[in-house]
Design a protein around this ligand. Structure first.
Ligand code: KIV
Length: 264
């Protein structure tokens, strides 16, 4: 019998208050380390545009890039759920989104696709989930909209913005999303969203109360050339990659990461 992590497993973890761990991976070797360490969700993030391709944003990542890296990662995800990002401009209509999502699922081996956006993309998420495509949402700071924000900025500090982010998360749940990433929002807002919706929230720069946490694996290893507030270099203390990942898993599971130092 398969011991693959399912959406139902993650829902059960939320209901029991057990933290979900997630990290990005872009190749088979890293994915193997994460899978062995017990990471529940491996994300092939379009952050690969920044940490692999050396771009300053994720905007140039293509569908072919995502299919290639997801195929590599899928070779090593024996237990972890494999989520792949839909890149910028790959889901501008429901029809286009379905064609591109099926490339990630059928060609590359992803189990879930992740899209950035809230109420504005609810009709697209609805079309995907109605066609049996499992979807993870992504609200708060949406890196594909960085040009609209004028930089990588915390979202939801103003009440009106915070209300919209909550509505976005609710719209995604109503459209059938099975999980939502909350990126760079005040910890208090993430606490409210996590309590208000029934599907798991996975935070990055969103405080300790999310149902789980995700980091870009190169940030966790301190090799991405950047150290935003929400990240922590776990390699600095552990000295090797396997122990750094194990320390991250322990810290997330015990509620020891993130602390206020990594939150807004
Ligand atoms: O692209 C990515 O790596 C992500 C995570 C940071 C959540 O979306």
């Amino acid at each position: 019998m398969s011991n693959k992590i399912t959406a139902e497993n993650l829902l059960g973890m939320k209901s029991r208050g057990e933290k979900i761990t997630s990290l990005t991976a872009y190749d088979a070797s890293f994915a193997h380390i994460l899978d062995e360490a017990g990471i529940e969700v491996v994300l092939v993030g379009d952050s690969l545009g920044m940490v692999l391709q050396g771009e300053s944003t994720t905007l140039k990542v293509s569908m072919d890039d995502m299919v290639y890296h997801t195929t590599l990662v899928s070779k090593s995800c024996q237990r972890a759920m494999l989520v792949a990002d839909m890149p910028h401009l790959s889901y501008t209509s429901p029809e286009q989104a379905l064609i591109n999502a099926s490339r990630l699922l059928d060609e590359a081996g992803a189990e879930v696709v992740k899209l950035e956006g809230g109420e504005d993309i609810a009709h697209i998420v609805d079309h995907l989930t109605s066609n049996s495509v499992p979807v993870c949402g992504h609200v708060g700071l949406q890196p594909q909209s960085v040009e609209k924000y004028g930089g990588f900025k915390i979202q939801g500090r103003e009440q009106e913005e915070a209300d919209q982010i909550l509505k976005d998360a609710q719209a995604l749940e109503e459209s059938g999303a099975m999980m939502i990433v909350l990126e760079c929002i005040p910890a208090t807002l993430a606490t409210t969203i996590t309590a208000e919706i029934n599907i798991p929230t996975i935070g990055i720069g969103a405080g300790v109360d999310c149902d789980g946490q995700v980091l870009v694996v190169y940030d966790l290893l301190g090799i991405s050339g950047r150290s935003p507030r929400m990240t922590k270099n776990f390699l600095a203390d552990s000295g090797n990659i396997r122990d750094a990942v194990a320390d991250y898993v322990d810290a997330v599971k015990s509620g020891g990461f993130p602390t206020d130092e990594h939150s807004y």
